[in-house]
Design a protein around this ligand. Structure first.
Ligand code: ZN
Length: 76
């Protein structure tokens, strides 16, 4: 069990830092259309900025308990 630090974006593996940069560069209305996918389960994920208690990571848009990548609490 671990936090996801990479995702798949248009067939390429990219880092969380890259994904955050892509998201931040996108217009607000474009952000929903950014197709970040979990490298393990292939489901849609979104990049999450680092917080007080954890480093930047990806979370599944819909929680996926079957995936090895965990989705930490929302206040993380
Ligand atoms: Zn996954």
């Amino acid at each position: 069990m671990s936090l996801a630090k990479q995702c798949k974006f248009f067939g390429h593996i990219i880092t969380i830092e890259k994904a955050l940069a892509i998201r931040d560069a996108a217009q607000a209305k474009e952000r929903k259309t950014l197709a970040f996918e979990c490298v393990k389960c292939g489901k849609a994920v979104r990049p999450h900025n680092s917080g007080d208690r954890c480093a930047a990571h990806f979370v599944h848009l819909s929680r996926n308990p079957e995936c090895i990548f965990i989705d930490p609490p929302r206040d993380c």
